[in-house]
Design a protein around this ligand. Structure first.
Ligand code: HEC
Ligand code: HEC
Length: 367
């Protein structure tokens, strides 16, 4: 980073000197300096961020089959995995709205609200762990949570989920194809593995990925300025890598706190403390990834802030102890807007779900 700053400074100084010496050469010298700065910026960015993995690279992390992905997609959209048969994963992680419901808190089956904002399922398979407090190790483990969570899909237990699936006739062939050679392929574990396989396809490439692969023209000048600001002020300490976040745990309110002074949150959240019971983990959260962040409002673990510029301003103060100028906040936000990608069309197309059979259980109604 130091080297990067020094070179930029030298380039700027050269441009100034060129200007004083002869006006005729100014334009070309400035241009050369600008393209030198451009190159420096790209290589600095390549040192901190990574483009999205290809399908082949993803397969190396975890081998999944087309049949598992297809089954997982059906399960993701199937409301029969919830106690009232009205709520699917897609209800709260709507793929038409970038994998979120754009609400501070989501309404579960029983009508109650959970205490945390629904993060996007897009690109989340890349993160070091799942949930705001990292309590599930990967998307496969995570997928079991919401079905049994009383504040979400509220199924009484794993066996109840299996029973519903076993009594929807069309699922048998789909599970057999996804998990061949198993006597009883319809299990809770296979269902969560299939959902995980589907979630691993939810990657959203952007112009920023083209930029990281070497296409300097993929970002506008304003977006590059924002990228540079993002790195210079130190956002990259916690938002780096492929996901621009999701790689570690940090206290919200690290430099200036408590965080609710900035967010106006009504109910403080202990965060990772609930998992580890260690005092050091009070108000610690896994940093969220920033891909598609312009579309995944409201922000923070409790959806307390709706405006992206405000969220950026809060980050500067709470995490870096710096009150940024309005221009800097706008500039960083311009860069964040370039992180909105393409949700794969196949994934956001709702599949036709297998029909209920005569013995498919009817929904349990809650008061
Ligand atoms: C009632 C709304 C609701 C439903 C239905 C729901 N979720 Fe979630 N989901 C949430 C909330 C809220 C969180 C955050 C909870 C937390 O961190 O404590 C979450 C977190 C996640 C995460 C973690 C993402 C990250 O960045 O860590 C994934 C992945 C996920 N859900 C997938 C699913 C899948 C798969 C299903 C269906 C089996 C599902 N969800 C059903 C609300 C919902
Ligand atoms: C010390 C680590 C750290 C630094 C530095 C940091 N962040 Fe964050 N960021 C986090 C954590 C942790 C959260 C989640 C806080 C919460 O909701 O509890 C977060 C949340 C966010 C969010 C909200 C995302 C969402 O989906 O809700 C945005 C936007 C964001 N950061 C942008 C930035 C920007 C821009 C900078 C630089 C000005 C920055 N962050 C610096 C750790 C950090």
């Amino acid at each position: 980073m130091k080297l990067f700053k020094r070179t930029l400074f030298a380039a700027a100084a050269l441009a100034v000197m060129g200007c004083a010496a002869d006006t005729a050469g100014t334009a070309s010298t400035a241009k050369a300096a600008a393209s030198e700065a451009d190159k420096e910026l790209m290589s600095a960015a390549q040192g901190v961020f990574k483009p999205l993995p290809t399908f082949e690279e993803m397969q190396k992390v975890r081998q999944v089959t087309p049949e598992q992905i297809k089954l997982g997609q059906a399960l993701f959209y199937d409301p029969r995995l919830s106690a009232d048969q009205q709520q699917s994963c897609n209800t709260c992680h709507n793929l038409a709205t970038y994998g979120v419901d754009n609400q501070s808190f989501s309404k579960g089956v029983a009508g109650g609200f959970g205490g945390r904002n629904a993060p996007s399922v897009l690109n989340s398979s890349l993160f070091v762990a799942q949930f705001w407090d990292g309590r599930a190790k990967d998307v496969e483990e995570q997928a079991g949570g919401p079905m049994l969570n009383p504040a979400e899909m509220a199924m009484p237990n794993e066996a109840a989920v299996e029973e519903v699936l076993r009594l929807i006739p069309g699922y048998k062939a789909m599970f057999d194809a996804a998990f061949p050679g198993q006597q009883q392929s319809i299990t809770f574990q296979n269902a969560t593995a299939a959902i995980g396989a589907f979630e691993r396809t939810l990657l959203t490439p952007t112009r920023f990925d083209s930029y990281l692969r070497g296409d300097a023209s993929a970002l506008t000048a304003a977006e590059k300025a924002g990228l540079k600001k993002f790195m210079d002020v130190g956002c990259t300490a916690c938002h780096m890598g492929t996901g621009l976040g999701g790689e570690g745990y940090f206290k919200f309110g690290l430099v200036q706190g408590p965080y609710w002074k900035f967010t106006g949150s009504k109910k403080p959240d202990d965060g990772r403390f609930e998992v580890t019971k260690s005092e050091d983990d009070k108000n610690v959260f896994r940093s969220p990834g920033l891909r598609n962040v312009a579309r995944t409002y409201p922000y923070f673990h409790d959806g307390s802030v709706w405006d992206l510029e405000k969220a950026v301003d809060i980050m500067g103060q709470a995490q870096l102890g710096a009150k940024m100028s309005a221009d800097d906040v706008k500039s960083i936000t311009a860069f964040l807007n370039a992180l909105t990608g393409d949700v794969p069309e196949a994934a956001r197309t709702m599949p036709i779900l297998p029909a209920a059979g005569p013995r498919t259980p009817h929904p349990e109604h809650h008061k």
